[in-house]
Design a protein around this ligand. Sequence first.
Ligand code: NAD
Length: 319
Amino acid sequence: MINTRKIGIIGAGHVGSHCAFSMILQGICDDITFVDVNEEKAVAQALDCMDTLAFLPHKAIVKSGTIKDLADKDIIIICVGTIDNISKDRLFELDHSLKIIKSFVPEIIKTGFNGHFIVITNPVDIITYYVQQLSGLPYNQVIGTGTGLDSARLRRILSVETGIDARSIQAYMLGEHGDSQVAAFSSAFINGKSLFDLIAEKPEKFFNIDFEAIEKKTAETGWDILCGKNSTEFGIACVCSEIVRAIFHDEKKIIPCSAFLQGEYDTSNIYAGVPAVIGKDGIEYIIELPLNESEKKKLSNTFDIIKHHIERGKRAIED
Ligand code: NAD
Protein backbone atom coordinates (compact mmCIF):
# COMPACT_ATOMS: atom_id res chain seq x y z
CA MET A 1 0.00 0.00 0.00
CA ILE A 2 1.22 3.52 -0.73
CA ASN A 3 1.19 5.81 2.28
CA THR A 4 -0.40 9.21 1.80
CA ARG A 5 0.67 12.13 3.96
CA LYS A 6 -2.51 13.36 5.60
CA ILE A 7 -3.09 16.75 7.21
CA GLY A 8 -6.05 18.22 9.10
CA ILE A 9 -6.39 21.98 9.41
CA ILE A 10 -8.76 23.32 12.06
CA GLY A 11 -9.57 26.93 11.23
CA ALA A 12 -9.97 27.67 7.52
CA GLY A 13 -9.18 31.37 7.88
CA HIS A 14 -6.27 33.47 6.67
CA VAL A 15 -3.64 31.29 8.34
CA GLY A 16 -5.27 27.90 7.62
CA SER A 17 -5.78 28.60 3.93
CA HIS A 18 -2.24 29.91 3.46
CA CYS A 19 -0.77 26.88 5.26
CA ALA A 20 -2.71 24.58 2.91
CA PHE A 21 -1.63 26.49 -0.19
CA SER A 22 2.01 26.59 0.89
CA MET A 23 2.05 22.82 1.55
CA ILE A 24 0.41 21.76 -1.72
CA LEU A 25 2.54 24.21 -3.72
CA GLN A 26 5.65 22.61 -2.27
CA GLY A 27 4.27 19.10 -2.72
CA ILE A 28 4.90 18.14 0.91
CA CYS A 29 1.55 16.48 1.64
CA ASP A 30 -1.07 14.55 -0.31
CA ASP A 31 -4.34 15.03 1.52
CA ILE A 32 -5.71 18.01 3.47
CA THR A 33 -9.04 18.27 5.31
CA PHE A 34 -10.28 21.67 6.48
CA VAL A 35 -12.55 21.82 9.55
CA ASP A 36 -14.19 25.11 10.49
CA VAL A 37 -17.30 26.16 12.42
CA ASN A 38 -18.08 28.10 9.28
CA GLU A 39 -18.64 25.04 7.07
CA GLU A 40 -19.25 27.07 3.92
CA LYS A 41 -15.90 28.73 4.33
CA ALA A 42 -14.13 25.36 4.74
CA VAL A 43 -15.82 24.06 1.56
CA ALA A 44 -14.86 27.22 -0.33
CA GLN A 45 -11.21 27.16 0.81
CA ALA A 46 -10.94 23.50 -0.24
CA LEU A 47 -12.41 24.22 -3.68
CA ASP A 48 -10.16 27.22 -4.18
CA CYS A 49 -7.09 25.09 -3.33
CA MET A 50 -8.27 22.35 -5.71
CA ASP A 51 -8.37 24.95 -8.51
CA THR A 52 -4.56 25.00 -8.34
CA LEU A 53 -4.31 21.23 -9.03
CA ALA A 54 -3.32 21.66 -12.66
CA PHE A 55 -0.23 23.62 -11.57
CA LEU A 56 1.01 21.55 -8.61
CA PRO A 57 4.21 19.46 -8.48
CA HIS A 58 2.07 16.42 -7.73
CA LYS A 59 -1.53 15.58 -7.05
CA ALA A 60 -3.09 16.59 -3.74
CA ILE A 61 -6.64 16.27 -2.45
CA VAL A 62 -8.10 19.14 -0.43
CA LYS A 63 -11.56 18.76 1.10
CA SER A 64 -13.67 19.91 4.03
CA GLY A 65 -14.89 17.70 6.85
CA THR A 66 -15.68 17.36 10.53
CA ILE A 67 -13.67 16.51 13.63
CA LYS A 68 -14.53 12.81 13.07
CA ASP A 69 -12.69 12.92 9.73
CA LEU A 70 -9.43 13.78 11.50
CA ALA A 71 -8.88 10.35 13.14
CA ASP A 72 -6.35 9.09 10.58
CA LYS A 73 -4.41 12.32 10.02
CA ASP A 74 -0.64 12.31 10.52
CA ILE A 75 -0.60 15.98 11.52
CA ILE A 76 -3.36 18.35 12.67
CA ILE A 77 -2.67 22.06 12.40
CA ILE A 78 -4.61 24.23 14.87
CA CYS A 79 -5.11 27.75 13.58
CA VAL A 80 -8.57 28.61 14.85
CA GLY A 81 -9.27 31.95 16.38
CA THR A 82 -10.35 35.37 15.61
CA ILE A 83 -8.55 38.61 15.60
CA ASP A 84 -11.70 40.71 15.24
CA ASN A 85 -10.93 42.54 18.48
CA ILE A 86 -7.51 43.53 17.23
CA SER A 87 -5.07 44.00 20.10
CA LYS A 88 -1.34 44.59 20.22
CA ASP A 89 -1.08 42.07 23.03
CA ARG A 90 -1.32 38.46 21.75
CA LEU A 91 -2.10 37.38 25.31
CA PHE A 92 -5.37 39.30 24.93
CA GLU A 93 -6.67 36.35 22.90
CA LEU A 94 -5.98 33.84 25.70
CA ASP A 95 -9.44 33.18 27.20
CA HIS A 96 -11.14 33.14 23.82
CA SER A 97 -8.61 30.74 22.27
CA LEU A 98 -8.68 28.42 25.30
CA LYS A 99 -12.47 28.19 25.12
CA ILE A 100 -12.24 27.17 21.46
CA ILE A 101 -9.54 24.51 21.83
CA LYS A 102 -11.33 23.04 24.86
CA SER A 103 -14.36 22.47 22.62
CA PHE A 104 -12.56 20.19 20.15
CA VAL A 105 -9.20 18.80 21.37
CA PRO A 106 -10.80 16.09 23.59
CA GLU A 107 -13.16 15.24 20.70
CA ILE A 108 -10.19 14.71 18.38
CA ILE A 109 -8.54 12.37 20.89
CA LYS A 110 -11.79 10.38 21.16
CA THR A 111 -11.50 9.60 17.42
CA GLY A 112 -8.27 7.71 18.14
CA PHE A 113 -5.99 10.36 16.60
CA ASN A 114 -2.38 9.73 17.61
CA GLY A 115 -0.42 11.97 15.27
CA HIS A 116 1.24 15.34 15.75
CA PHE A 117 -0.39 18.65 16.59
CA ILE A 118 1.13 21.83 15.20
CA VAL A 119 -0.34 24.78 17.08
CA ILE A 120 -0.44 28.28 15.60
CA THR A 121 -3.37 29.85 17.49
CA ASN A 122 -2.27 32.72 19.76
CA PRO A 123 -1.01 33.14 22.39
CA VAL A 124 0.80 30.19 20.87
CA ASP A 125 3.06 29.13 23.77
CA ILE A 126 0.16 28.98 26.23
CA ILE A 127 -2.26 27.37 23.75
CA THR A 128 0.34 24.72 22.85
CA TYR A 129 0.73 23.93 26.56
CA TYR A 130 -3.03 23.42 26.92
CA VAL A 131 -3.38 21.42 23.68
CA GLN A 132 -0.85 19.00 25.16
CA GLN A 133 -2.68 18.93 28.50
CA LEU A 134 -6.11 18.43 26.92
CA SER A 135 -4.88 15.80 24.48
CA GLY A 136 -2.60 13.83 26.80
CA LEU A 137 -0.30 13.20 23.80
CA PRO A 138 3.46 13.01 24.48
CA TYR A 139 5.17 16.41 24.58
CA ASN A 140 7.21 15.69 21.44
CA GLN A 141 4.01 15.22 19.40
CA VAL A 142 2.65 18.67 20.29
CA ILE A 143 4.60 21.50 18.66
CA GLY A 144 3.89 25.22 18.67
CA THR A 145 5.19 27.47 15.90
CA GLY A 146 6.58 29.64 18.72
CA THR A 147 9.33 32.03 17.64
CA GLY A 148 9.67 30.34 14.23
CA LEU A 149 8.16 33.34 12.51
CA ASP A 150 10.01 35.84 14.72
CA SER A 151 13.35 34.15 13.97
CA ALA A 152 12.64 34.47 10.23
CA ARG A 153 11.86 38.15 10.80
CA LEU A 154 15.10 38.60 12.74
CA ARG A 155 17.09 37.06 9.88
CA ARG A 156 15.34 39.34 7.38
CA ILE A 157 16.08 42.45 9.44
CA LEU A 158 19.71 41.41 10.04
CA SER A 159 19.98 40.85 6.30
CA VAL A 160 18.82 44.40 5.60
CA GLU A 161 21.26 45.77 8.23
CA THR A 162 24.31 43.77 7.08
CA GLY A 163 23.62 43.30 3.38
CA ILE A 164 24.10 39.52 3.80
CA ASP A 165 21.46 37.14 2.44
CA ALA A 166 19.02 35.98 5.15
CA ARG A 167 19.66 32.35 4.14
CA SER A 168 23.32 32.73 5.20
CA ILE A 169 22.31 33.98 8.65
CA GLN A 170 21.55 31.67 11.59
CA ALA A 171 19.84 33.68 14.32
CA TYR A 172 17.07 32.92 16.80
CA MET A 173 14.41 34.72 18.76
CA LEU A 174 13.75 32.87 22.03
CA GLY A 175 10.95 32.66 24.58
CA GLU A 176 7.46 34.03 24.16
CA HIS A 177 5.98 34.64 20.70
CA GLY A 178 5.12 38.09 22.00
CA ASP A 179 6.56 41.36 23.24
CA SER A 180 9.03 39.81 25.71
CA GLN A 181 10.84 37.58 23.17
CA VAL A 182 14.65 37.74 23.22
CA ALA A 183 17.12 38.00 20.33
CA ALA A 184 20.04 35.61 20.91
CA PHE A 185 22.56 37.86 19.15
CA SER A 186 25.56 36.32 20.94
CA SER A 187 24.67 33.01 19.23
CA ALA A 188 24.01 34.51 15.79
CA PHE A 189 26.25 33.20 13.02
CA ILE A 190 26.97 34.10 9.41
CA ASN A 191 27.72 30.68 7.94
CA GLY A 192 30.09 29.64 10.72
CA LYS A 193 31.32 33.11 11.70
CA SER A 194 29.98 34.73 14.85
CA LEU A 195 27.99 37.87 13.98
CA PHE A 196 29.73 39.79 16.80
CA ASP A 197 33.19 38.73 15.53
CA LEU A 198 32.35 39.70 11.95
CA ILE A 199 31.17 43.14 13.04
CA ALA A 200 34.26 43.65 15.25
CA GLU A 201 36.57 42.64 12.38
CA LYS A 202 34.96 44.89 9.79
CA PRO A 203 33.87 48.09 11.55
CA GLU A 204 34.12 50.05 8.29
CA LYS A 205 31.49 47.77 6.71
CA PHE A 206 29.20 47.04 9.63
CA PHE A 207 28.71 50.20 11.64
CA ASN A 208 25.66 51.66 13.28
CA ILE A 209 24.09 48.26 14.02
CA ASP A 210 21.68 48.91 16.88
CA PHE A 211 20.93 45.51 18.40
CA GLU A 212 18.30 46.77 20.81
CA ALA A 213 16.39 48.45 17.97
CA ILE A 214 16.60 45.26 15.83
CA GLU A 215 15.20 43.14 18.69
CA LYS A 216 12.32 45.59 19.21
CA LYS A 217 11.58 45.86 15.50
CA THR A 218 11.51 42.06 15.18
CA ALA A 219 9.00 41.67 18.01
CA GLU A 220 6.81 44.44 16.59
CA THR A 221 6.70 43.26 12.97
CA GLY A 222 3.60 41.12 13.53
CA TRP A 223 1.73 44.13 14.84
CA ASP A 224 2.84 46.28 11.87
CA ILE A 225 1.52 43.65 9.43
CA LEU A 226 -1.74 43.22 11.37
CA CYS A 227 -2.38 46.97 11.28
CA GLY A 228 -1.86 47.05 7.53
CA LYS A 229 -3.91 44.00 6.46
CA ASN A 230 -5.71 42.59 9.52
CA SER A 231 -3.90 39.25 9.33
CA THR A 232 -0.45 37.74 9.01
CA GLU A 233 -0.45 34.68 6.84
CA PHE A 234 2.37 34.16 4.31
CA GLY A 235 5.25 33.96 6.78
CA ILE A 236 3.47 31.72 9.27
CA ALA A 237 2.39 29.41 6.44
CA CYS A 238 6.08 28.92 5.51
CA VAL A 239 7.00 28.23 9.15
CA CYS A 240 4.22 25.64 9.42
CA SER A 241 5.22 23.99 6.11
CA GLU A 242 8.83 23.76 7.28
CA ILE A 243 7.76 21.84 10.39
CA VAL A 244 5.46 19.55 8.37
CA ARG A 245 8.24 18.79 5.87
CA ALA A 246 10.71 18.07 8.69
CA ILE A 247 8.28 15.54 10.22
CA PHE A 248 7.24 13.80 6.99
CA HIS A 249 10.79 13.53 5.68
CA ASP A 250 12.37 12.80 9.07
CA GLU A 251 14.76 15.66 8.36
CA LYS A 252 16.18 16.20 11.89
CA LYS A 253 16.15 19.87 10.94
CA ILE A 254 16.83 22.51 13.58
CA ILE A 255 13.76 24.75 13.63
CA PRO A 256 12.82 27.41 16.19
CA CYS A 257 9.46 26.34 17.64
CA SER A 258 7.53 26.21 20.89
CA ALA A 259 8.84 23.10 22.65
CA PHE A 260 8.26 21.71 26.12
CA LEU A 261 11.18 22.58 28.39
CA GLN A 262 12.30 20.03 30.95
CA GLY A 263 15.38 21.67 32.46
CA GLU A 264 16.73 23.21 29.25
CA TYR A 265 17.57 26.91 29.62
CA ASP A 266 17.15 26.36 33.40
CA THR A 267 13.38 26.11 33.06
CA SER A 268 10.77 23.37 33.25
CA ASN A 269 7.11 22.67 32.54
CA ILE A 270 6.41 25.34 29.97
CA TYR A 271 6.31 25.52 26.19
CA ALA A 272 8.56 28.30 24.86
CA GLY A 273 10.32 29.27 21.64
CA VAL A 274 13.70 27.53 21.30
CA PRO A 275 15.58 25.81 18.49
CA ALA A 276 14.73 22.10 18.37
CA VAL A 277 15.58 19.11 16.19
CA ILE A 278 12.44 18.02 14.33
CA GLY A 279 12.00 14.65 12.65
CA LYS A 280 9.40 11.88 12.29
CA ASP A 281 8.83 11.79 16.06
CA GLY A 282 8.14 15.52 16.20
CA ILE A 283 10.44 17.39 18.60
CA GLU A 284 13.37 15.01 19.08
CA TYR A 285 15.46 17.27 21.32
CA ILE A 286 16.09 20.89 22.17
CA ILE A 287 19.27 22.76 21.25
CA GLU A 288 20.61 24.95 24.06
CA LEU A 289 22.37 28.01 22.69
CA PRO A 290 25.18 29.62 24.67
CA LEU A 291 23.86 33.02 25.83
CA ASN A 292 25.48 36.02 27.51
CA GLU A 293 24.35 37.26 30.93
CA SER A 294 22.05 39.97 29.58
CA GLU A 295 20.29 37.50 27.24
CA LYS A 296 19.91 34.99 30.10
CA LYS A 297 18.25 37.63 32.25
CA LYS A 298 15.82 38.61 29.50
CA LEU A 299 15.08 34.93 28.84
CA SER A 300 14.21 34.37 32.47
CA ASN A 301 11.78 37.31 32.23
CA THR A 302 10.06 35.98 29.09
CA PHE A 303 9.72 32.52 30.72
CA ASP A 304 8.12 34.17 33.78
CA ILE A 305 5.55 35.85 31.52
CA ILE A 306 4.67 32.49 29.91
CA LYS A 307 4.38 30.86 33.36
CA HIS A 308 2.12 33.64 34.58
CA HIS A 309 -0.24 33.19 31.64
CA ILE A 310 -0.28 29.41 31.97
CA GLU A 311 -1.53 30.02 35.54
CA ARG A 312 -4.08 32.53 34.27
CA GLY A 313 -5.24 30.03 31.64
CA LYS A 314 -6.04 27.42 34.32
CA ARG A 315 -9.17 29.35 35.28
CA ALA A 316 -10.48 29.41 31.69
CA ILE A 317 -9.71 25.70 31.23
CA GLU A 318 -11.40 24.67 34.49
CA ASP A 319 -14.53 26.82 33.96
P1 NAD B 1 -9.22 34.07 10.89
O1 NAD B 1 -10.27 34.78 11.66
O2 NAD B 1 -8.95 34.44 9.48
O3 NAD B 1 -9.51 32.48 10.89
C1 NAD B 1 -9.86 31.77 12.04
C2 NAD B 1 -10.85 30.70 11.64
O4 NAD B 1 -11.13 29.90 12.81
C3 NAD B 1 -12.19 31.24 11.14
O5 NAD B 1 -12.46 30.72 9.85
C4 NAD B 1 -13.21 30.75 12.17
O6 NAD B 1 -14.46 30.46 11.61
C5 NAD B 1 -12.50 29.51 12.69
N1 NAD B 1 -12.99 29.03 13.98
C6 NAD B 1 -13.32 29.74 15.08
N2 NAD B 1 -13.74 28.92 16.06
C7 NAD B 1 -13.65 27.65 15.57
C8 NAD B 1 -13.93 26.36 16.11
N3 NAD B 1 -14.41 26.21 17.36
N4 NAD B 1 -13.74 25.28 15.32
C9 NAD B 1 -13.29 25.42 14.05
N5 NAD B 1 -13.00 26.62 13.49
C10 NAD B 1 -13.17 27.71 14.24
O7 NAD B 1 -7.88 34.21 11.76
P2 NAD B 1 -6.38 33.96 11.24
O8 NAD B 1 -5.82 35.24 10.75
O9 NAD B 1 -6.37 32.78 10.36
O10 NAD B 1 -5.64 33.65 12.64
C11 NAD B 1 -5.89 32.43 13.31
C12 NAD B 1 -5.05 32.33 14.58
O11 NAD B 1 -3.66 32.25 14.23
C13 NAD B 1 -5.17 33.55 15.52
O12 NAD B 1 -5.13 33.08 16.86
C14 NAD B 1 -3.90 34.34 15.22
O13 NAD B 1 -3.50 35.18 16.29
C15 NAD B 1 -2.95 33.19 15.03
N6 NAD B 1 -1.69 33.51 14.34
C16 NAD B 1 -0.56 33.03 14.92
C17 NAD B 1 0.66 33.27 14.33
C18 NAD B 1 1.91 32.72 14.99
O14 NAD B 1 3.05 33.06 14.63
N7 NAD B 1 1.76 31.85 15.98
C19 NAD B 1 0.76 34.00 13.13
C20 NAD B 1 -0.43 34.46 12.55
C21 NAD B 1 -1.66 34.22 13.17
